[in-house]
Design a binder for this molecule. Structure first.
Ligand SMILES: NC(=O)c1ccc[n+]([C@@H]2O[C@H](COP(=O)([O-])OP(=O)(O)OC[C@H]3O[C@@H](n4cnc5c(N)ncnc54)[C@H](OP(=O)(O)O)[C@@H]3O)[C@@H](O)[C@H]2O)c1
Length: 323
């Protein structure tokens, strides 16, 4: 039998069509892997192909809630990467079904194949959290490690990059709204991490550079409160807006109405998540379960976010990006 080369080594990426997904697909393609993006609607994943050489990346249909499609997408793969996640529940897309049971199916497929698995969770994953999102992520970690004990788990803080849903969303809100809300006064701490750094750590783990069965916590170089992040957005887009503190109980009441929007600005579960800081733990730092373990020096948000928020400036459309 001939030895397998990297160019015929398949890595299946569940959720490859998402924000983090496209960066992971690109990072794996750049390292020479054949990438199989397992997505619900392959016809909407054409944007992935230009991220690699002709024929290097292709999309297959899989729904993480359907075990047979998860297993079919895994067939013949050397590693499985699970990036599937949701921010709010809708119909059959519940946290338990998607985050917990879905992740378990990927781990069972990895175990059956003897494939490496990299699973993306989130900082704050905690089976005792008041937030269902955080509980479902923690339960997923437990089930993944039970089905595939060698799996690597990545818990990022909030991720930034050109297509992110955080800085872009608040910059867009600042364009039309006279105020930005500060839930609980905006004191929750975050450690924003660059999407390229998270993708590089995942690709390193696929290459076998992570410690077996280990949970990594991925954060950027700075810890900032939510209020400081909103101030950063406003300074970057050169707009003045009121920063409006909203007590947790009032935010919950507003969220109980907002949650019914097609793409809710805030849900009661997200209000619960904001009660807890979203930063790399002391334990993860002490045990070197961070980006630094991969030799990655995390990029600061100041160096990257202005390059894509410039379009939200009042005069953004008239300025060159270099200005
Ligand atoms: N972005 C952050 O700041 C952040 C922070 C911490 C952790 N994370 C975690 O990182 C992972 C990736 O996040 P992201 O920001 O890239 O999210 P995203 O852009 O929303 O991507 C999520 C992906 O999951 C897919 N998906 C949803 N339900 C599915 C299902 N039933 N079956 C198969 N695929 C399904 C989506 O595909 P469709 O197009 O089919 O919906 C999409 O490709 C998630 O696990 C998330 O919890 C993200």
């Amino acid at each position: 039998m001939t030895a397998r080369t990297i160019s015929d080594t398949i890595v299946t990426v569940y959720g490859g069509s998402g924000f983090l997904g496209r960066h992971v697909v690109r990072a794996l393609a750049q390292r020479g892997y054949r990438v199989r993006a397992a997505v619900r609607r392959p016809e909407l994943a054409n944007h992935l192909q230009p991220l690699g050489r002709v024929g290097q990346i292709h999309a297959v249909q899989a729904n993480i809630r359907d075990a047979a499609s998860v297993a079919a997408a895994a067939s013949g793969a050397h590693a499985l990467v699970n990036l599937v996640g949701i921010l709010f529940e809708r119909g059959r897309q519940g946290f338990d079904a998607v985050h917990t049971r879905g992740a378990e199916q990927v781990a069972l497929a990895a175990s059956a194949l003897g494939a490496r698995m990299v699973h993306v969770s989130a900082i704050g994953a905690d089976e005792n959290s008041p937030a269902l999102y955080a509980r479902s992520k923690a339960a997923a970690e437990r089930l993944v490690l039970s089905a595939q004990p060698t799996a690597n788990i990545m818990r990022p803080s909030i991720i930034f990059g050109p297509e992110d849903d955080f800085f872009n969303r608040f910059a867009a809100m600042a364009r039309i709204s006279p105020a930005l809300p500060l839930v609980g006064g905006g004191h929750t701490r975050f450690q924003p991490v660059f999407v390229g750094d998270v993708a590089a750590a995942i690709a390193d783990a696929v290459e076998g550079k992570a410690r077996s069965g280990t949970i990594y916590e991925l954060g950027g170089p700075e810890v900032r409160t939510f209020k400081e992040l909103m101030q950063f957005v406003l300074t970057t887009i050169e707009r003045k807006r009121l920063l409006l503190p909203i007590p947790f109980f009032a935010a919950r009441m507003q969220a109980s109405v907002l949650q019914f929007m097609p793409r809710p600005l805030l849900t009661p579960d997200q209000v619960e998540q904001l009660r807890v800081d979203n930063v790399v733990s002391e334990a993860a730092r002490a045990e070197q379960r961070t980006l630094q373990a991969f030799g990655i020096e995390p990029a600061p948000m100041e160096a990257i976010v202005p390059s894509y928020l410039w379009r939200f400036r009042k005069t953004g459309q008239f300025r060159s990006r270099a200005a």
